[in-house]
Write a protein that binds this ligand. Structure first.
Ligand code: AMP
Ligand code: GLY
Length: 423
């Protein structure tokens, strides 16, 4: 089978690495890919939202399945584009249709979905520019800190958490009236603040059945001890050590089942990954957000713990026979540490030469922001490379990642030395 992956990050390199191991795979393509995917697949310089070029590629290369990495093309309806095209309609796409991708595309849509299906989440109200005064009044009913969320996609930057009421009012105004996040903040969700520890659960569904994938925890802030600006993610651990059977049962009963059943009841066509961002408040799980894709860098620890042939699993998603798959998991812990460019998540340089990562043999090295320039691998993004290791527990696994990171060099390389510090 010829398969195309859309995307260019560590998540996509990990998916490529896993699909590449399948005896069912013939040719693998990644658009646009990175230097890592280029070693095991053909990189094609097409943007993930360029549907007409994707169509040409799929037809000319006899691609028989498309796996969508990031949320953008899903929210823009890439799956629907395939279904509505005579020549493409029988080619399976792994990722939900546009109507279901709204779970990530609109925070308000996601909140309404959760309320409708009785899924535990923070209390909220949403407001548009004409309701600014009502928004202020609602803020006055809440206690600090105040959580403001741009309704639409804002490249992971659309959530503000503010300690001060006046500041919260000011930000609400900037979001609604001054379009701080462009059209994404035309509607703002104001939420009750939930205090607790975060984790993520990944579910794969074919629209009928589902499989719960390993749990993971990521570390989003740039600085040690979870300080400083938010990033795409600086490291991850799977499984999450504080998730015992009792807590997992609660997640399953209260959140996973109602989510999958809710998608069916609401006729939201879903063949793909559901990423459920959770927070543990006391002993109870609450949903912070849904994403309609795998997380990054969570993928770099979740996928390496799945033993099954991933092509077979994706075929089952496409054929709606996922119930017949017996998911086999690696019992070991996997950890990943992200190497980032100096300055990230603010301004940083690209095109910096890299070395040493090819000397690593007891960790998995997944490229994120890398590319080839004049025959050499150079940095090409803020998050550059993820170093994933297995271990009997997360401390053992991290030790191996940190040992191997010492071999990697590029100018201004930065990484967090405290992944797992809070566990
Ligand atoms: P989101 O983009 O919805 O994942 O939000 C980004 C981050 O904001 C989350 O990972 C949480 O750390 C934090 N957050 C979002 N909503 C809440 C909430 N209701 N209470 C506490 N923290 C929150
Ligand atoms: N690591 C968080 C995300 O992928 O959204």
């Amino acid at each position: 089978m010829n398969i195309l992956i859309l995307g260019s990050g560590g998540r996509e390199h990990t998916l490529a690495w896993k699909l590449h191991q399948s005896p069912k795979l013939s040719k693998l393509f990644v658009a646009p890919g990175n230097a890592g995917t280029g070693e095991i697949a053909s990189n094609i310089p097409i943007g993930v939202n360029d549907f007409s070029e994707i169509k040409k590629l799929v037809l000319s290369e006899n691609i028989e399945m498309v796996v969508v990495g990031p949320e953008d093309p899903l929210v823009n309806g890439v799956h629907d584009f395939f279904l509505n095209d005579e020549a493409l309609k029988n080619i399976p796409v792994i990722g939900p249709q546009k109507a279901a991708a709204e779970l990530e595309g609109s925070k308000e849509f996601a909140k309404k979905f959760m309320i409708r299906h009785n899924i535990p989440t923070a209390a909220y109200q949403s407001f548009t520019a004409s309701e600014l005064e009502e928004g202020y009044l609602f803020l006055e009913t809440l206690n600090a800190p105040y959580v403001l969320k741009a309704d639409g996609l804002a490249a992971g930057k659309g959530v503000l958490i503010l300690q001060d009421l006046d500041e919260a009012k000011q930000e609400l105004r900037t979001m609604l009236v001054d379009a701080k996040f462009g059209n994404a903040s035309a509607t703002v969700v104001i939420e009750e603040f939930l205090a607790g520890i975060e984790l993520s659960v990944f579910v794969l569904t074919d629209g009928k059945g589902y499989k719960v994938l390993p749990t993971a925890k990521d570390y989003k802030r740039i600085g040690e001890g979870d300080t400083g600006l938010n990033t795409g993610g600086m490291g991850a651990i799977s499984p999450v050590p504080f998730v015992d059977k009792e807590f997992m049962d609660k997640i399953h009963e209260r959140i996973v089942i109602p989510t999958v059943e809710g998608l069916k009841k609401d006729n939201l066509p879903y063949k793909g990954f559901v990423f459920i961002g959770l927070i543990k408040v006391g002993d109870d799980p609450f949903v912070i957000e849904y994403n309609v894709r795998l997380g990054d860098p969570e993928t770099e620890v979740v996928i390496p713990r799945i033993k099954n042939d991933l092509v077979e699993v994706f075929e089952a998603v496409a054929n709606q026979t996922l119930d017949s798959i017996n998911l086999e998991l690696d019992e070991r812990t996997a950890t990943t540490v992200m190497l980032v460019s100096g300055g990230y998540p603010e301004a940083y340089e690209k095109g910096i030469e890299m070395s040493g990562y090819d000397q690593i043999n007891d960790s998995l090295v997944f490229h994120a922001g890398t590319t080839m320039k004049e025959g050499k691998v150079v940095t090409n993004g803020g998050r550059v490379m993820a170093v994933t290791s297995y271990g009997g527990n997360f401390r053992e696994a991290l030790k191996i990642s940190y040992k191997n990171i010492e071999k990697v060099h590029f100018d201004q390389m930065n990484f967090r030395t405290d992944i797992g510090f809070d566990l």
